[in-house]
Design a binder for this molecule. Structure first.
Ligand code: NOJ
Length: 536
């Protein structure tokens, strides 16, 4: 498989050559001594972010919320939660990010609102309230119990009984997160106003939360039982979400979001979509009705960490991409365990090289640049509702959400008071200040790789092809009219051979995951290299 560099001469939108940095605002920097991060904290760290060499920031939700799901339960889409600051603060953050050449994306949470949102308060006030149909209300099943067998992603049934009006409402996530009815044009109009509100304030785009969930099959039929369910998986897996998610009409909704975003110029929509690759690709839409610019690609999260598996994943993804689709890659997020915890420190460095040299827009999650590995949260400090509601299944997300470590002072420079979640255990070593001083640190590696990516257009927008390699090694080429790069990633902790393409010689070593050495045709254990090659 070989993807040629685009030679169509079209101007590329900024996000095709950008690197996105995800910030989980509760855990980035506290500026007002309450143990929770905030917008002013982020503003004070803009130089760090710009200095990393990334191009855009995506902020997880900063809107007013009772925080049942830490902001993914929004009670006002057009304001800022006091714990994070004010509307003025976010406007200042946008302006100062822009001054540094950084774009800013917010998190749009359309599938559900908090049950304390005034829309829901109205909707639940009576069966004939004009907003009743803004949410999904149904009578119980004829014999009693919920209207169908749908389960919540957070465990238990997806329906909650409302005594006052004698009906159930749907909640794909917590009972505190009621699903909006996107089949209702008034909901669409109200949410369009929300997007406009933020676009008008200069926001460069949105990451759209659980986009594939937003529309449900009209008559809400039972989902089929999941034949592969085994206890311990989490109750969301009891059924297959055939009717509760990924309905055909979702693409029309994505196209409408896209039209709105494009009407503002180059604004970016990243859709959170957890589906198999062929279904994921449909979220790019078509030439006539484009969908989101980047349907998030989470293939690396759970991939078996070996060269053959990764090569197959990359090839399948690149092959499935529609002609106009621009790829993207993600290594970590506030929902997924830290990759370094799973694959170890040395392979985490190889993973960083992979993320920043594959074709497409990478998203880097805060703290991954420090090489944070396995984190354990003492039971009494667990805050994640998904963990608290289904204890013992290992579904907790707190380990990915621990506060950013800036230095080795008490509370790691994140706060002057005890933070809302504990720090990762290795914070005295894995913190920005000490890694800054260490030429062999993960932070130094990330900075170097990001700088190489900036300097080499072939990495940002060039062609891509997998090339033959020794067993256990992943090798691919990136090239454009000016240069040809070979990336060689040894995914084993044994020495391996470096395969040079026929007739090629190494002209330059642009980056290594380890200390630079004289090359001898081999790859050291766990070594990753970015090489410039030429005809011998
Ligand atoms: C996906 C978000 O990333 C996650 O943190 C949240 O719990 C669910 N969507 C529900 O909004």
């Amino acid at each position: 498989m070989s993807i040629q560099p685009a030679i169509d001469g079209r101007a590329r939108p900024w996000w095709e050559s950008a690197v996105i940095y995800q910030i989980y605002p509760r855990s980035f920097q506290d500026s007002d001594r309450d143990g929770v991060g905030d917008i002013e904290g982020i503003r004070g760290r803009l130089d760090y972010i710009a200095g990393l060499g990334v191009d855009a920031i995506w902020l997880s939700p900063i809107f007013p919320s009772p925080m049942a799901d830490f902001g993914y339960d929004v009670s006002d889409y057009c304001a800022v939660d006091p714990i994070f600051g004010t509307l003025d603060d976010i406007e200042r953050l946008i302006a100062q990010a822009h001054e540094r050449g950084l774009r800013l994306l917010l998190d749009f949470v359309p599938n559900h609102s908090s049950t304390v949102h005034p829309w829901f308060a109205e909707s639940r006030s009576s069966r004939d309230n004009p907003k009743r149909d803004w949410y999904i209300w149904r009578d119980g099943a004829p014999g009693g119990g919920p209207p169908n067998n749908w389960t919540s992603d957070m465990g238990g049934p997806a329906w909650e009984w409302d005594h006052a009006t004698g009906q159930y409402y749907l909640h794909t996530f917590l009972t505190e997160q009621a699903d909006l009815n996107w089949r209702n044009p008034e909901v669409r109009a109200a949410m369009t106003d929300v997007l406009r509100f933020w676009f008008d304030r200069g926001v460069d785009g949105f990451r759209i939360d659980v986009l594939w969930h937003c529309i449900k099959a009209e008559d809400l039929p039972d989902n089929p039982a999941n034949p592969d369910f085994v206890p311990g998986m989490g109750e969301k897996f009891l059924v297959l979400q055939h009717h509760s998610a990924n309905q055909p009409e979702i693409h029309e909704l994505a196209a409408a979001f896209r039209m709105l975003a494009d009407s503002y110029g180059e604004r970016l929509l990243v859709g959170e979509i957890c589906l198999p690759v062929d279904e994921l690709m449909r979220y790019y839409g078509s030439v006539d009705a484009p969908g989101v610019h980047l349907p998030f690609n989470f293939q690396l999260f759970e991939a078996r960490w070996d060269a053959a598996t990764l090569a197959a994943i990359i090839a399948a993804y690149e092959t499935a991409l529609p002609p106009e689709g621009w790829p993207n890659w993600v290594l970590g997020s506030h929902d997924a365990p830290r990759l370094a915890g799973r694959i170890g420190d040395l392979q985490a460095r190889v993973a960083a090289m992979l993320l920043l040299t594959l074709r497409g827009t990478p998203t880097l999650y805060q703290g991954d640049e420090l090489g944070i590995g396995r984190v354990s949260i003492p039971p009494e400090r667990i805050r994640d509702p998904q963990d608290l509601r289904q204890p013992g299944l290992g579904l907790g997300r707190d380990a990915a959400r621990t506060p950013m470590a800036w230095n080795d002072s008490v509370y790691a420079g994140f706060s002057e008071v005890e933070p809302w979640l504990p720090l990762h255990g290795s914070w005295p070593v894995h913190n920005v200040e000490s890694e800054d001083r260490d030429p062999a640190s993960m932070l130094t590696l990330y900075r170097r790789l990001l700088a190489v990516r900036r300097r080499h257009a072939s990495l940002r927008t060039g062609g891509f092809r997998l090339v033959p390699s020794d067993e256990g090694v992943l090798q691919y080429e990136r090239w454009d009219a000016d240069e040809r790069l070979l990336i060689a990633l040894n995914m084993r902790s044994e020495t391996r051979r470096l395969f040079l393409p026929d007739g090629a010689a190494i002209a330059d070593v642009l980056a290594s995951t380890q200390a630079l050495r004289t090359l001898d045709g081999s790859l050291a254990p766990d070594e990753g290299l970015v090489l410039r090659i030429e005809n011998a």
